[in-house]
Write a protein that binds this ligand. Structure first.
Ligand code: ACO
Length: 378
């Protein structure tokens, strides 16, 4: 077998054949199962979109009703998981809490019947139902409060916002949050999805698949960037400071959080939708003092880096939306995870379809026949 060229980050190397989503990075196009993200954000709901991603077709009324009802009835988490989460340090990052809690689900539902469609359905239901509850529970418990029980009369997005604040959310806020979940639900072969597929290919349980993907999403080059955006805007401090700050950052070889993407070489279509959502929330609930800085930063980055194809990515405007919804900054990435569970599960199911365990190769560039030097002689 010939030795292939090594591509750091596996750039442009296909790692799977998939019919789940499609990105055209030159045109700024994103489709889930062939349907544009704009159309889904406008007309669908997160749970309907999740069904589409996982089973490949838009559900009938009956299929959707059953799916929603199952998810709503599985939203509570076991007391023993809650007790375990109470022992987590309140200073720990919520992504670490989520990764540990997702993995712990596997202790309770460990039976693996990966060729049984009912097992697949129930695992999908449990993960989509319980991940938001675990995020909200950790948020309340780290402040010393008891978790809020899910409310059966509230839909997926509204219930999550309710569990965070114990207040029924404004309908516009709940709808916009649901749209955010749609926008973040899936994005082809990114790092966390690759991680999910590699884990899935060993035929382990789906809770391990999701835990491994959550751990991968947490990094600042991936999902963690949305937290860094707000910190960057705070650091810049004023519109007048943007250009000199940017020059300084580029001179120090800093990556500007919320900009750049391996695939998109134009503005990420999700960033444009999130920007509109942020504006709708500003109109209803008042503006954000960092928004003007963000607009100026977008212009300045375009002036300096557009020839490299560096434009806002999905993380640049999402923080504004979440802040207006009253969500604390370190929950931005867990919220990304809540949404991306749908995509990870779709890839888990697809991977099981024609599974072959991932076992790539490497190019060894170390030494040979060195011999062992006893410790006294080193
Ligand atoms: N700010 C400044 N310059 C950048 C940025 C940025 N945000 N992103 C890329 N560049 C420059 C690089 O310095 C490099 O320039 P060079 O060729 O002169 O050395 C060139 O653009 C290519 O950048 P790479 O890092 O090689 O691109 P890669 O595809 O490996 O990285 C990534 C993509 C990781 C997203 C990168 O753009 C980045 O670090 N962005 C900031 C973090 C961020 O926003 N991450 C969220 C991404 S979206 C998501 O995961 C949900």
């Amino acid at each position: 077998m010939s030795v292939c060229e090594y591509k750091p980050g596996l750039e442009n190397i296909p790692a799977a054949q998939s019919s789940i989503s499609y990105v055209d990075g030159q045109q700024g196009l994103l489709e889930y199962r062939g349907i544009s993200i704009q159309e889904l954000a406008e007309k669908s709901t997160f749970l309907e979109t999740s069904y589409l991603l996982i089973w490949g077709h838009l559900p009938s009324r009956e299929e959707l009703n059953k799916f929603e009802a199952e998810i709503y009835s599985h939203r509570r988490i076991k007391y023993r998981i809650q007790d375990m989460m109470k022992c987590f340090p309140e200073t720990g990052h919520p992504m670490d809490a989520l990764q540990a809690s997702a993995a712990a689900l596997g202790l309770f539902y460990s039976r693996r019947a990966l060729d049984n469609p009912e097992y697949i359905f129930q695992a999908v239901v449990r993960l989509l139902a319980k991940i938001p509850t675990m995020v909200a529970a950790f948020q309340l418990m780290r402040k010393g409060n008891e978790p809020v029980r899910p409310r059966d009369d509230l839909d997926y997005a509204a219930n999550f916002l309710y569990m965070l604040s114990e207040k029924e959310p404004d309908p516009l806020a709940a709808r916009i949050f649901d749209q955010c979940l749609i926008l973040h639900a899936e994005h082809t072969m990114n790092a966390s999805t690759f991680s999910a597929r590699v884990t899935a290919s060993t035929l382990t349980d789906p809770y391990a698949v999701i835990a491994s993907a959550v751990g991968t999403l947490a990094g600042p080059l991936h999902g963690g960037a949305n937290e860094d955006v707000i910190e960057t805007l705070q650091e810049i401090g004023s519109v007048g400071n943007v250009r000199s700050w940017l020059e300084d950052a580029l001179a120090n070889k800093r990556k500007i959080p919320g900009f750049g993407h391996r695939v998109y070489k134009v503005k990420d279509p999700r960033a444009s939708i999130l920007q509109k959502q942020a504006k709708a929330l500003f109109e209803k609930f008042g503006s954000d003092k960092h928004y003007e800085i963000a607009l100026e930063l977008e212009k300045a980055v375009e002036d300096r880096l557009s020839e490299k194809g560096i434009y806002p990515n999905v993380d640049f405007y999402s923080g504004f939306v979440y802040s207006k919804l009253g969500i604390p900054q370190d929950l931005f990435t867990p919220i990304f995870a809540i949404a991306r569970v749908a995509g990870w599960l779709a890839h888990w199911k697809e991977q099981l379809g024609e599974n072959k365990i991932y076992r790539p190769t490497q190019i060894y560039d170390g030494e040979h026949t060195r011999g062992y030097t006893p410790i006294e002689e080193r």
